[in-house]
Write a protein that binds this ligand. Structure first.
Ligand code: NAX
Length: 343
């Protein structure tokens, strides 16, 4: 077995962490050969709750899990960290404006960026889950200048998983029912989430393919053959899925969010499969005419723990208009964050 690595989870007493921690301890993210030390960060008032989480982690009796450290001190949590899931954030409360939410989170992610700068490994992989995830990741990276900006990403994998599941379900109804086959969600690949993890995101099935029994690899858009659905109901369902889960569960997505965070980090760690890409919020390099220096979700290929934005995809006029809307929102968030920092 390898030497243990330090893995940080912030918001460790919260509901996403509760599902995520098991995946980490069980080896489903960093692999069955990689022991881990968990560093659990939350705010002081949550320390008793966090102690209960620590007890449960002990009781898992999982051999890959070594040292578990609960703390309210970011400096302690990030010491020599090799990977971090920044899940903890200030939630939006009733009557709170986006600006208020951003102000609270700018402070959190500035402090955590500074702690990362001082204490973490320079090759740390940081995944920001806490909302507004894209802009939080940008702020965090800004305050950790000695860590490459490619090491900061924001999670749109839950949106990708939702889109993939919705397409598989639609294809299953259309194509598999006569063959009495259950549609397999993993047969759908290369659906893209562009932009912000917010309702302006653009779930794009134009480049998605599906391996269908007896039919081989087919373009999802041809198989669905219904542009009105792809550009209408499908898109809106994915954009509003988070709100739909809250309306039903009275709490936000947690199990699926934790699974997506694990998927994101595992692909970053081990790479993507040949011919498959995944969506991640990364600092824009200007690809596809997106303004630089916003954290924008792009399709990426990953090899040797490094991602590359997939180039050369055809962007239709419809897609262009959607990309511009979500890019504009991210520029506005960045301007608001800048104003908060400088005021
Ligand atoms: P919970 O409210 O259950 O847990 C959040 C935890 O973070 C709490 O224990 C809280 O004490 C802690 N926390 C607050 N400030 C902190 C700080 N400065 N340092 C460390 N910990 C701190 O929320 P949960 O459902 O787990 O969601 C966490 C975040 O994920 C939220 O911001 C939520 O909006 C975001 N989400 C992001 C998603 C994405 O796809 N990017 C999807 C799911 C989720 O909505």
């Amino acid at each position: 077995l390898a030497e243990p690595i330090n893995v940080v989870v912030t918001g460790a007493a919260g509901q996403i962490a509760y599902s995520l921690l098991y995946q980490l301890a069980a080896g489903s993210v960093f692999g069955p050969e990689q022991p881990i030390n968990l560093r659990l960060l939350d705010i002081k008032p949550m320390m008793d709750v966090l102690q209960g989480v620590v007890m449960e982690l002990e009781d898992l009796a999982l051999p890959l899990l070594r040292d578990v450290l609960p703390t309210a001190d970011a400096g302690v949590a990030f010491k020599d960290a090799a990977a971090a899931f920044l899940v903890g954030a200030m939630p939006r409360k009733q009557g709170m404006e986006r600006k208020d939410l951003l102000a609270a989170n700018v402070k959190i992610f500035k402090d955590q960026g500074e702690a990362l700068e001082k204490f973490a490994r320079k090759d740390i992989k940081v995944l920001v889950v806490g909302n507004p995830a894209n802009t939080n990741a940008l702020i965090c990276s800004h305050y950790a200048p000695s860590i490459p900006k490619e090491n900061f990403t924001a999670m749109t994998r839950l949106d990708q998983n939702r889109a993939q599941a919705a397409l598989a379900s639609r294809l299953g109804v259309q194509l598999c029912s006569e063959m009495e086959l259950t549609p397999l969600v993993d047969k759908v690949k290369n659906v893209i989430i562009w932009g912000n993890h917010s309702s302006t995101q653009y779930p794009d099935a134009a480049h998605a393919v599906a391996d269908l029994p007896g039919k081989g690899s087919v373009k999802v858009s041809s198989a669905v053959n219904d542009n009105a659905w792809l550009n209408g109901e499908f898109l809106e369902t994915i954009q509003k899925r988070g709100a739909a889960v809250i309306a039903a569960r009275k709490m936000s997505s947690a199990m699926s969010a934790a699974k997506a965070a694990g998927d994101h980090m595992r692909d970053w760690w081990f790479g993507t499969k040949p011919g498959q890409w995944v969506s991640m919020g990364v600092v824009s390099d200007g690809s596809y005419g997106i303004p630089k220096d916003v954290v924008f979700s792009f399709p990426v290929n990953i090899k040797d723990k490094k991602f590359e934005i997939v180039q050369g995809l055809e962007i239709s006029d419809f897609a262009r208009s959607k990309l511009d809307i979500t890019a504009k929102e991210l520029e506005e968030e960045r301007a608001e964050a800048h104003q908060i920092i400088t005021s």
